[in-house]
Design a protein around this ligand. Structure first.
Ligand code: BEZ
Length: 390
């Protein structure tokens, strides 16, 4: 090789090192987002609302989060915990996603969190309330834009006692979400002087409520607490009314009982009292703008699930901006989010050390086709994050 060949090579090599990083810096790789949500089954509408909310925020940001364009990979998790590990591995191993968004069902969310923790993949959970996700399973790379099951349960327990009720029956699906919301309810209710006298449940997603409603009628508690959601909530509220119980034993619940379901529940839901971190008539400029944009884009009204999806995208954008789009820098991402205030349609909230929202739990009452806020059941409520060491 002669001198002129050598120097020609050197020039090319220099040109490559000078131009490549610049070109790469200008066009970072697309951020691969794995959406693991239910598209079928009793929670299908919840999955759709979460995805809609997520896409709405993304569109408002010109299609980029943390400076990176986005590419979606999707699996229908069917709200089936037994398929969850396989499903999440499809996203991580087959599709090589940078971020996991999911899911709705507590059991599926726990399986996702287990895999996310093991692989270090960034995960934002836009619903599944399993307390452990930001409790004993908490991790630097796992966040929630939604709630822990304890939060709305505890708040409505306090609110039911404040209404003067002394005894209550609980009725839920028998899995983490039902168990933990009922436990949170019991804690809030009994700390405020009430007593839970009957605890009823049926397997998820069973909707044969009649025999349990008969038990409630004969137990005659002052009030009933319940957790159901999606299609199951529609049927439960109608059956409760149909059994003639609504007139004699007031129905309370976590807000999932009446969120995104009022069209289908009709008059049976009128007057039901719930607690949740969202309501339909907050009437703030932030929420009004969100509701208008959502209704225009998707031709339907938003609900709590849409808000949680929207906020998952907001949180992802805030965290990624702080680490210049590097989704592997989970420590930097976490440092930014735990200092941030999220300007949510639900109202501003912050993220706890365990990565769960610290947020107001509204007291709501169904009136017409709306969950109307009638007070704040618990202000800036923080989950106890039992067992979390970060
Ligand atoms: C859950 O499984 O965590 C859940 C499902 C639907 C609504 C709320 C919570």
């Amino acid at each position: 090789m002669n001198i002129s060949q050598l120097s020609r090579r050197a020039v090319i090599a220099t040109a490559v090192t000078l131009t490549m990083p610049l070109a790469m810096a200008q066009t970072p790789q697309k951020l691969k987002i794995g959406l693991m949500l239910p598209a079928t089954g009793t929670f299908a509408a919840l999955g759709t609302a979460i995805e809609n909310g997520f896409r709405l925020h993304l569109a408002e940001q010109g299609g980029k989060l943390g400076g990176r364009e986005v590419e979606f990979f999707k699996v229908d998790d069917e709200s089936d915990p037994s398929k969850a590990i396989d499903n999440v591995n499809k996203l991580i191993k087959r599709d090589n996603v940078d971020v996991l968004i999911g899911s709705v069902h507590s059991g599926v969310a726990m399986a996702m969190a287990r895999v996310a923790k093991g692989t270090g993949t960034l995960m934002i959970n836009p619903n599944g309330g399993a307390d452990a996700v930001t409790g004993s399973m908490c991790a630097v790379n796992i966040f929630r834009s939604s709630f822990s099951n304890w939060q709305p349960g505890f708040a409505i327990g306090q609110a039911m006692a404040a209404k003067g009720h002394k005894t209550a029956a609980t009725i839920t699906w028998k899995y983490a979400a039902g168990d933990e919301m009922a436990r949170g309810f019991k804690e809030g209710f009994e700390k405020s002087g009430g007593k839970v006298t009957k605890e009823l449940s049926l397997p998820f997603p069973n909707v044969e409520f009649q025999s349990l409603l008969t038990e409630i009628a004969s137990a005659k508690p002052d009030a009933v607490f319940s957790f159901f959601a999606g299609g199951g909530a529609v049927k439960f509220v109608k059956d409760y009314d149909g059994a003639g119980l609504k007139k004699s034993i007031p129905l309370f619940g976590t807000g999932f009982l009446t969120d995104g379901t009022l069209e289908a529940q009709g008059a049976s839901a009128e007057g039901v009292l719930t607690s949740l971190h969202y309501a339909d008539n907050l009437n703030t400029p932030r929420d009004n703008a969100f509701r208008l944009a959502y209704a225009k884009t998707f031709k339907m009204q938003p609900d709590v699930y849409a808000v949680q999806g929207y906020d998952a995208a907001q949180m992802l954008g805030i965290g990624l901006a702080a680490v210049k789009g590097d989704a592997k820098n989970t420590a930097g991402f976490a440092a930014a989010l735990t200092k941030a205030t999220i300007d949510s349609p639900r109202g501003k909230f912050t993220i706890s050390k365990a990565h769960n929202p610290i947020q107001d739990m509204y007291l709501r009452q169904v009136s017409g086709k709306e969950n109307k806020v009638i007070g704040v059941a618990s202000k800036a409520l923080e989950d106890p994050a039992t067992g979390c060491r970060i």
